[in-house]
Ligand binder design. Sequence first.
Ligand SMILES: Cc1cc2nc3c(=O)[nH]c(=O)nc-3n(C[C@H](O)[C@H](O)[C@H](O)COP(=O)(O)OP(=O)(O)OC[C@H]3O[C@@H](n4cnc5c(N)ncnc54)[C@H](O)[C@@H]3O)c2cc1C
Length: 336
Amino acid sequence: MEFSGYHFISHNANLPIFKDENSQEFLNQNEVILDRKNIHKKYSYLDKKIEKSVFIKNAGNVDSITMANMMLKVAKKKGATFKQAKIQNLITTSHSFEILLEDRSTIDCDQIVLAAGPFLDQMVELIDLKLPIWNTLQRKFITPDPLHVIPKKMPFTIYSDPQKLEWENDERAYLKSNDKLKWMTDIMPGAIHIKPESGNRIKMGWAYSTKHENPRWQIQNDDYFPEIVMRGASKFIPGLKKYIDQIPSPIIQYGGFYIRTKENWPLIGPLKIENAFVVGALAGFGSMMTCAAGQLCAQHMTDQELPWYAPFFHPNRYDDPKMKKYLSNVNIDGQL
Ligand SMILES: Cc1cc2nc3c(=O)[nH]c(=O)nc-3n(C[C@H](O)[C@H](O)[C@H](O)COP(=O)(O)OP(=O)(O)OC[C@H]3O[C@@H](n4cnc5c(N)ncnc54)[C@H](O)[C@@H]3O)c2cc1C
């Protein structure tokens, strides 16, 4: 892991970003700056009017593919076997499961973990269950930075404020008159993010889509996405304005489905069928929390003592009156 940090910023010094950000423990571990001059002195590429800077030190980059390969290697050493095939059906008997694979082979097991990512819905349907989850299509893109606007050592930077994109008057009027495009003049959510990439490039993302979609393997590029993100990002890194009208090429756009719950907390633990478990709804934070999610599920499966946070991620939390009350007061979903 490279500890390059996560840097949350806002134009509003009073905007709460983390629930415990005023606690001594938080302040001891992280760097909070609440005055414009000092923020600009330290982070000169940011807009001069940024009023709040929260730098999380214990954060950065993980090479998720290397990490996954390493874990698979360790698991195999401990006796795990690996099989790659599409699951076509799941048959439940009183105490076990039969997994039917596309190659017509079967696997019998006494416990199963459903972890099919965006296809989780289809997987739980096979055992006649339904979960309160949905998919949205989200994207990121990588572009060269020929003007060196973004310092190579810049932390992963997240702008916390919702915003309205800036348009010329005639552009705004045109967009407003077009039913398919007028959303570009509405208030957009916070959490647009940007980080430097190798080869003098930058990676940018903004999970603003709220449309519920059926997952699929092939997705088309969205011609508007890079410009929308560049426009949004230039609000807190003004040097990016130079790229709005002509984003440097080649632009590499990619995307996938965030599967999520209403409050955007994952589902980890036992399902309503005995010995069936789930690890899912990891939305846009799945690479970061995958190890902890796997560990929590394993603790459920092996009847170990559960950590304090287990009820918050329990798949049946919506039936628990205490949790239901708690959930009704959650009003930020932390979508990134
Ligand atoms: C564009 C984008 C950028 C992201 N960036 C980040 C990031 O920077 N940091 C971060 O923490 N998270 C990020 N995420 C989120 C992260 O990728 C996901 O949360 C995470 O991959 C979810 O893990 P999962 O194991 O639940 O699902 P997946 O990773 O989707 O794995 C599910 C697996 O199940 C398999 N599967 C599905 N159906 C079947 C079937 N019928 N038979 C057999 N196998 C099946 C699939 O092939 C897949 O391998 C990003 C997501 C997207 C879309």
